[in-house]
Design a protein around this ligand. Structure first.
Ligand SMILES: Nc1ncnc2c1ncn2[C@@H]1O[C@H](COP(=O)(O)OP(=O)(O)O)[C@@H](O)[C@H]1O
Ligand SMILES: [Mg+2]
Length: 496
């Protein structure tokens, strides 16, 4: 048998499904986060700007306070930016020139001029209009004005105050990871747990069961058929398990049957050789004597030797006939050709052929046949063989003066019962079970040198089995034996 390397299909499948589930959940989570991110960011920016605008307005009010020393602006700016890290303050002249500049994080001016139009439009604009973009004089990457205010008269200000933010200085804007990292981590963890559960369920309901079937087949292949498949579910795997179980049972039965037949054949062959050996030895002895001492032998001795040889030849012929029958019935080739025939006529015919033997053995026969024609539906040649064997047994195993009683009886309107009783030696209780075995002959009979093959009853039993009938026996040692069997009647009994 070819050893195929084992690829655990379902385990691989489970693994793939779990990975696919994890990937699906993560992708799902990321997409949801990204989708929501745009909205969240927008709202966040507006919140941040509102907060800083409030601060910027407070600062402007502070500058406009008469107590504030505007001339010492740089000191004021520096002190303010200590409280508001990240905030930058500019004092702008009415022509747009930056006069003062202060910030917590040191920064250089890259532009000394800002557009007054933009600042004016910001001051006049509705405060809810965010953001207003402006090129920031110190930064390259932050371009939102958070607040601006005019100093002095609103129509003719002597200067402007501009408040912006520099990036990194504020702690309100958090990084993408800080904002979404937790959600993403939870998504990943959740998806791993879900996929894990799905994997376990998959494994439990599919892999484990398929593995059981595979294990059973593997064990069976290794010669261990004790492993029982007990998956009784009505799904596909259950069906596979059931069919595999059935298959194993059938293979077992087939091998069992093969082994039994093989054993029987070997035993038969051994018995045949043994059975043929005895008559051949007897014949050989007699023929040797005839060859070597023929001239010196008397006529009576000569005919005695010859008849001994003849008797062995007849025995061998009977043995070979019986063995042929056994061979065809063992191989299942024995066929029954059923046809209607009158049973009593057949019995009379067989009795006729044994008339001389019966007379010589001084055995009387009693007939108990009802006065009606009993037509049975059976194979006449095979039934004749059965009756002949039963009658010859009854004669063989009876002593002179004994009697044999043959009965045919209609049981119900469909069955004819045949019975043959003798007053012979009977069969010991221990032997009754064995007399149907091939080559079985009770020792007691062998000692008395009664001729026989020990195949007769074995063949009879099979012939009757093929007629859906059985050969029954009742016997008591030294009292007698009764053999009986039933046959189907061909049609209803017709009275003569
Ligand atoms: N009518 C009978 N009375 C006593 N013993 C019998 C009778 N019929 C069969 N037996 C026993 O059953 C054995 C098997 O019978 P059978 O198969 O016909 O073989 P065989 O007639 O060649 O001995 C006989 O050897 C005998 O011991
Ligand atoms: Mg016999």
């Amino acid at each position: 048998m070819v050893q195929i390397s084992h690829i655990p299909l379902y385990r691989t499948l489970t693994f793939k499904v779990s990975i696919a589930l994890i990937a699906f959940f993560i992708l799902n989570g990321v997409l949801l986060v990204l989708w929501n991110q745009a909205d969240i960011m927008n709202d966040l920016e507006i919140d941040i700007q509102t907060a800083y605008r409030t601060t910027a307005l407070e600062i402007t009010e502070e500058i406009e306070n008469p107590e504030t020393d505007i001339n010492d602006m740089s000191v004021f700016f520096d002190s303010l930016s200590q409280y508001y890290p990240g905030m930058e303050l500019f004092l702008v002249a009415p022509d747009g020139e930056i006069q003062e500049h202060g910030s917590y994080v040191p920064s250089q001016l890259i532009n000394s001029h800002v557009s007054i139009d933009v600042i004016d439009s910001f001051i006049q604009a509705d405060t809810s209009d965010y953001p207003i973009e402006i090129a920031i004089p110190t930064a390259t990457d932050l371009d939102f004005v958070f607040s601006a205010a005019a100093l002095g008269s609103p129509t003719d200000p002597y200067a402007y105050v501009l408040v912006t933010m520099v990036e990194g200085g504020e702690d309100v804007v958090v990084s993408w990871w800080e904002e979404y990292g937790v959600i993403l981590t939870r998504t990943i963890l959740f998806s791993i747990i879900i996929a894990g559960f799905a994997g376990i369920i998959f494994w439990y309901f599919l892999t484990r069961r398929v593995q059981n079937v595979a294990q059973a087949v593997q064990n069976y292949r290794a010669g261990d058929s004790r492993f029982v498949l007990n998956d009784e579910a009505s799904d596909e795997i259950g069906h596979v398990a059931m069919h595999v179980g059935d298959m194993m049972e059938r293979i077992d039965a087939m091998f069992g049957e093969l082994g039994r037949k093989e054993k029987m054949r070997t035993e038969l062959l051994a018995s045949v050789s043994h059975e043929l050996q005895t008559p051949l030895t007897v014949m050989q002895g007699n023929i040797e004597t005839l060859v070597e001492h023929r001239e010196k032998m008397s006529e009576a001795d000569l005919s005695m030797k010859l008849s001994a040889v003849y008797s062995q030849v007849r025995h061998m012929s009977a043995l070979i006939d019986d063995m042929f029958d056994v061979a065809i019935l063992e191989t299942g080739q024995m066929r029954i050709n059923a046809e209607p025939f009158p049973m009593v006529e057949l019995v009379e015919d067989v009795l006729q052929s044994y008339a001389l033997l019966l007379e010589q053995s001084k055995i009387t026969v009693e007939r108990d046949f009802p006065e009606s024609i009993q037509t049975v539906n059976a194979d006449p040649l095979r039934i004749r063989q059965v009756i002949r064997n039963l009658l010859s047994n009854a004669i063989k195993f009876s002593s002179p003066g004994g009697s044999i009683r043959i009965t045919t009886e209609v049981k119900s309107n469909e069955i004819l019962s045949f019975r043959i009783e003798d007053t012979g030696v009977g069969i010991a209780e221990d032997d009754i079970g064995k007399i149907f075995e091939s080559f079985y002959r009770s020792k007691q009979q062998l000692e008395k040198t009664v001729k026989g093959t020990g195949l007769g009853l074995h063949i009879c039993q099979h012939i009757l089995k093929l007629h859906n009938s059985t050969l029954e026996v009742k016997s008591r040692l030294d009292i007698g034996s009764t053999f009986s069997f039933d046959l189907k009647l061909y049609k209803e009994v017709v009275t003569i």
